[in-house]
Design a protein around this ligand. Structure first.
Ligand code: 1GP
Length: 236
């Protein structure tokens, strides 16, 4: 069974999903076994791997190490085409649809396509929307795109709907890693009610209540990065 079908199936059954995001630049390979034991004690259903600017070339090694100890699906969440590894199970093939930088709408995708064709990775087209979160985030800085106004719900909804019409299979509402403010709940609510594809929400969620609120508002999958990075016992 492929990863996207599993996400859809969970969606139909109203089972909520949780991804822990690991940024290869922030990981010391020697600590991976401990990290994985903590992930296994958590409610995580997926491991996402990626970062805005992955400089360390440890992707393959990191994924292999995770796989030895853990069966959770590993999904690449790449900041650019250098972050592709055939060792993962799937890749979120992102278009940064909140922005107007052609590099992140099509250029990186064109560069990645021939590389991806040589892999077995499951490709999951994902409309990626950066939402304003109180201060500049790495995504904004690196992609050189403006986030969507967090109060402009109509524009956010139209962006998500256009993304679904373009054939994307997931929408990812992103406040940015370490964001001061998470994606507004009314935005999650409005978008989740008016799209038919699963909704991922991440960025700036720092406690279990924040996760629950995102689920209650309609998020199908929540992504936790910084909170787990800071405290691997976050879920225990
Ligand atoms: C970032 O949405 C993810 O792309 C996770 O964000 O690091 O703030 O949890 P945090």
């Amino acid at each position: 069974q492929n990863i996207y079908s599993q996400i859809l199936e969970a969606n139909v059954k109203n089972q909520k999903l949780l991804a822990i995001l690991l940024d290869p630049d922030k990981i010391i390979l020697e600590n991976v076994t401990h990290l994985i034991s903590k992930i296994k004690q958590s409610p995580a259903t997926h491991i996402f791997i990626g970062g805005s600017l992955v400089e360390k070339n440890i992707l393959d090694e990191l994924i292999l190490k995770i796989k030895i100890n853990c069966d959770l699906p590993i999904v690449l969440f790449p900041g650019n085409p250098s972050q592709i590894s055939d060792q993962a199970d799937a890749i979120l093939f992102l278009s940064l649809i909140s922005g107007r930088n052609p590099d992140y709408l099509i250029e990186h995708q064109v560069k990645a396509a021939p590389i991806l064709k040589k892999t077995q990775l499951e490709i999951i087209a994902t409309g990626y929307m950066l939402i304003e979160s109180g201060s500049e985030t790495a995504v904004e800085r690196i992609s050189k795109t403006k986030p969507l106004d967090r109060n402009n719900l109509d524009l956010a909804l139209a962006t998500a709907q256009a993304s679904e019409m373009l054939g994307n299979k997931l929408i990812y509402l992103e406040a940015g890693s370490g964001a001061k403010r998470a994606v507004p709940l009314d935005m999650i609510r409005l978008i989740s009610k008016n799209i038919t594809i699963p909704l991922i929400v991440g960025g700036g969620i720092i406690d279990l209540q924040g996760i629950q609120k995102a689920y209650d508002s309609g998020a199908d999958l929540v992504v936790i990065g910084t909170a787990f990075e800071k405290d691997v016992s976050f879920f225990n």
